[in-house]
Design a binder for this molecule. Structure first.
Ligand SMILES: NC(=O)c1ccc[n+]([C@@H]2O[C@H](COP(=O)([O-])OP(=O)(O)OC[C@H]3O[C@@H](n4cnc5c(N)ncnc54)[C@H](O)[C@@H]3O)[C@@H](O)[C@H]2O)c1
Length: 262
């Protein structure tokens, strides 16, 4: 029960990685504020948290809207009295090539990922500073480290921006005993990945471990960053990608050789 009685705000926790992190934190004893556009999914996550034995609140929130994030943090403090952990995880896919990319798509993707993380972090940090303790975790992507693939331009730009935000916040918040870190997942089996890659076996060829990640792989990394004993780990980005970044552009050849050897 490493997070016993702590309070975590997790955005995008109605689904995929956010839900897995909510359940992992609940198993460690934390109460969870679940913020998402998807009310039904948020309620399902809340039920699962309560079954584990901690408290949960849900708040329909568009993280790209500052006033809605203000209401989320206010509701969390009113219900639970404090905020110890923020996981800024809500996200959407965003595709298109530069020349014909619509301005609306680019703006929406950047607003959700980057502005959303900024709004959530600023407002959560103000609460954390009062108690001189906090853990902020941003959900980036290996796309931010190795470069967007194919039509992934808006998404890659937003996820790369998150790393700059993370580094800047690290300096601003260190004196308040608040750590800030980012996770860079590789392809992980969630509704978002399945929507963009119906054949997951193809994606697994890019991963040295030979499989797509499970949400629990990412939840374990989020658990580590949230621990009170991780207080000297700040300003870092942790790929959780089965070795995909290490393989890089050589994965195509590696896969071909591995297939021929079988
Ligand atoms: N699954 C992967 O392979 C992968 C890889 C790298 C990074 N990521 C990142 O992980 C995060 C979680 O993605 P996932 O794979 O679990 O996807 P998902 O689609 O299963 O979950 C995303 C959640 O975010 C919510 N959401 C979207 N826009 C929102 C908004 N404006 N305000 C509040 N909630 C909003 C959705 O309703 C959904 O519940 C995203 O930031 C994504 O970019 C995922």
């Amino acid at each position: 029960m490493e997070l016993k009685d702590q309070v975590a705000v997790i955005t995008g926790a109605a689904s995929g990685l956010g839900r897995a992190i909510a359940l992992r934190y609940a198993q460690a004893g934390a109460n969870i504020a679940i913020a998402d556009l998807n009310d039904t999914g948020a309620e399902e996550t809340a039920e699962q948290v309560r079954k584990i034995g901690t408290r949960a609140l849900t708040k329909v929130t568009d993280v790209a809207e500052y006033e809605q994030v203000e209401a989320l943090m206010a509701q969390t403090v009113k219900t639970f009295g404090r905020i110890d952990i923020l996981v800024s995880n809500a996200g959407i896919g965003g595709f298109g090539h530069l020349v014909d990319l619509s301005r609306e798509v680019f703006e929406r993707v950047v607003r959700v990922h980057l502005f959303g993380a900024f709004y959530c972090s600023q407002l959560a940090a103000r609460e954390m500073i009062k108690r001189k303790y906090g853990r902020i975790i941003l959900m980036s992507s290996i796309t931010a480290v190795q470069g967007p693939i194919g039509t992934n331009l808006p998404y890659g730009a937003a996820k790369t921006g998150l790393l700059g935000l993370m580094r800047g916040m690290t300096l601003d918040l260190a004196e308040h005993n608040i750590t800030v870190n980012a996770i860079a997942p590789g392809p992980t089996d969630t509704p978002m990945l399945r929507a963009g890659s119906p054949d997951l076996s193809l994606r697994s060829h890019h991963v040295p471990m030979g499989r797509i990640g499970n949400p629990s792989d990412i939840a374990n990394a989020a658990w580590f960053f949230a621990l009170p004993s991780s207080g000297y780990v700040t300003g870092t980005v942790l790929p959780v990608d089965g070795g995909a970044l290490a393989g890089g552009c050589y994965m195509v050849e590696y896969h071909r050789n591995r297939s021929q050897a079988k």
